[in-house]
Every structure is written in structure tokens, then in C-alpha cells.
Design a protein around this ligand. Sequence first.
Ligand code: PMP
Length: 444
Amino acid sequence: MPPASSAPLPNDLEAYWMPFTANRAFKKSPRIVASAKDMHYYTADGKPILDGTAGLWCCNAGHSRDKIVQAIQAQAAELDFAPPFQFGHPKVFALAARIAALAPGDLDHVFFGNSGSEAVDTALKIALAYHNIQGQGSRVRLIGRERAYHGVGFGGGAVGGIPGNRKAFGALLAGVDHLPTTYNRAEQAFTKGEPEWGGHLADELEKLVALHDASTIAAVIVEPMSGSTGVLPPPKGYLQKLRAICDKYGILLIFDEVICGYGRLGYAFAAERYGVVPDMITFAKGITSGTVPMGGVLIRKPIYEAFMKGPELAVELTHGYTYSGHPLACAAGLATLDLYKEEGLFERARKLEPVWADAVHGLKSLPNILDIRTVGLTAAIDLAPIADAPGKRAFGVMDKAFHELDLLTRIAGDSIILTPPLIISEGQIGEIVEKTGKAIAALA
Ligand code: PMP
């Protein structure tokens, strides 16, 4: 067991306002992890907790891997920070080139930020600025999708499609539309991978174009597989159709791969799995296996080149963050990409997908299960909601799994979400599924 810092005392819990958390319930029954190694978290008293969620969809290479830890330590000693505006450092160029080499098509330039939310807002701003410099400044409308999550910035929040997240803050941005969700339980329940039904829903984009005129639309952003809203893989043909419609009308297509990227679906990017090259890809999480905050945008060559005109001393994009391409994040990113490659983790995820899918779908006959979806090393189990207590049954499963069964799971509304590190063994797949099943049965 790795050394752990001591657990906070109950009174120490108060000052911290926890993000996306039921603070009052948590502080009555806290779920606290103190250290981690490979497939496990550990509580302060040393109890191992099997990580069924790769932290928060991010620790794809497992936890506190020696190679990444050493790279971060060495980097902190060698170069702690370099100003990212008008200056650079070796690893930021190296990492951009490595990421570009993993991407399909001519997605060959990388802009760095520190999170998925920053990546999304950066991509949306690049889309607006691109149309502007192309003399098409009327293209300002942004199109997202229902049941999408694109982070918490003003842009990402606006194109996101989770009613609960939007209600508290109003519209966030004007001029935003949403495509319908691709999920339809009646047509798709208990599908492994991409559903047969739903490809036609991409045609809804034609309706938005007819309504607003293509000359007002800047970009469409979708997660190839919507993760946080309950693992919704794209129906067959859907992404290809979106690409074709965007091409027809000069609309930029952005894939938000903050979850899908870096092996989660068995490929470096979902764009490769689905054979569709978007104009931009947003990424975060898996790039550093969750160790140091980092996010970014992959951009197609013609978009980058459109900005590289005009006077040479002009700043081509008036956008960026103090911590864009931070040396610690770059060192972590390079070491993480090395690990993915050396251990063949993307291929491993691809090979394990059928084992994972069969195991999770084996829970189908438990009580209260409305649907199970799997794709890559990702699964959602929809539980029947308890009347007047939305999310209560799933919350109960998550809490029981953590405290009594030593398993970390995640919830999205009434769904249990499982997304383990890609280093998972077949035995550990069995363990995750067995414990999840026990928790669901106990809450029946
Ligand atoms: N986009 C997607 C698809 C995500 O899943 C997330 C986070 N789960 C984000 C954006 C936001 O990332 P962050 O929390 O790092 O800002």
C-alpha cells in the first residue's frame, strides 16, 4: 500500500465547497481517498478501493505510474514554468508534435489549455475567429446537442444540453441551438457498441440550416460518444452524415473528445474509430492520465494556415492561458503517451471491449435495470428511478459500492457509469461487474 496522508477530521470538511457534489450529504458520510497506485485508490487507513472509473474518466494508464511520476518530478526540478506568450520550452513543441502524429487526417496543429472546459471554449472561439478572418463574420451561431456535456465555461455550458446544468445560469450565450439527442431507449435498449437506429437524426441539422441560413452558423460541436450524460454511442452513420452536412454548408465540425480521446474507445481518438475527420478535436483528461491538468484543441491544417497570414508581428490569435502548455503538464503528457505506446493500451482497450461488454451486459437480469450500454471500456447501467427521488437509487449504489464493496463507481442521474483504467485485467473486469451487481441487488 502506498503511503497515505491522514484523513481529514469532520470539522475540516466544512471550508471546501465541492464541485458537482451534494455537499451536505457528502459531509455527513464522506468518501475520501488518500493515495493511489495502478488500479486502486486507498483510504487513509489503507483500504484498497478498485477504481471502476479511472478517477473521472482520466487516469487511463492507471494511477501514480512510476514513469509519469518521475517525469513530473524531474521537470519540476529542471524548469518549473515558462511564459507561454512569445516564449516556449522544448517539451511543449515535442508534445504538440506527438499529439498531432496520433490524430487522423490533417489535424496537425495543437493549442493547449488546462482543462476540457477551456479546450471547448477555445475551439468555439477559434471557429468564430476563423469565419471572421474568412470574411464570414455573420457566422456566429453555435450548435450543440441535447444530453451533451461540454464543460462549464460560458461557451461549453451554452452548447451543452443538460437541463439541470443550464437552469441555474440562464442561457449563458445567445444564438445557440441544439440537435436532438441520439438516444432512444425504445429503439436502442441493451445495445453493445453503436446502435443501428438513429443515424437519420443527423438530418435535423438540415432543419437548423433551413431555419437560420448557413451564413449565420459557425460550428457544430458533438461528443462522438456522449460520456457524462450516460454513455451514448453514436448511431451507425450519424457522425458521417453530420460531416457531410457541415461540408455542404461550410460549417465547422468539432468533436469533443475530452472523454473519448486517448484510448477510451480503443483508438487514440474516436474520430479514427468512426472514420470521420472533424475540423477540430478537443481533448483533456487522458493526455496526462489525469496527473497534471491539461487540455487542448487539435486543429486542421487549413484552419491554422488561414490565421498565418497578414503582418508577421501580429499575434494571430488573441487567446491563451498563463498555464497553456505548462512544463509539468507537457512532461506528464509525453511520459503518458510513452506508456500508452509501450504497453499498447489503446489496442488493449480494443481487445478487451467484447469481454467488458459481455460482462457488463450480464447484469441485465438484475431488478430495476432499464438499459445497459457499452462501448470501448465504458458502460452505463440505467436504473429505474424511485418516484419523487431522482437519482436516489444510483446514488445509493455508488455509496454502497464505495463504503461496503471497495469499488469506485460514478453516477449520472439514474445511471451507474463504469470506465476503468485501460490497464485493467480480465479478473478485475469480473470484480467490478460482480461488485456493481451486488450493490444494485442490495438497493432493489
Ligand atoms: N467535455 C467533455 C466531453 C467532458 O466529458 C468534460 C468533463 N467530463 C468536459 C468537456 C470538461 O472538462 P473539464 O472538467 O476538464 O473542464
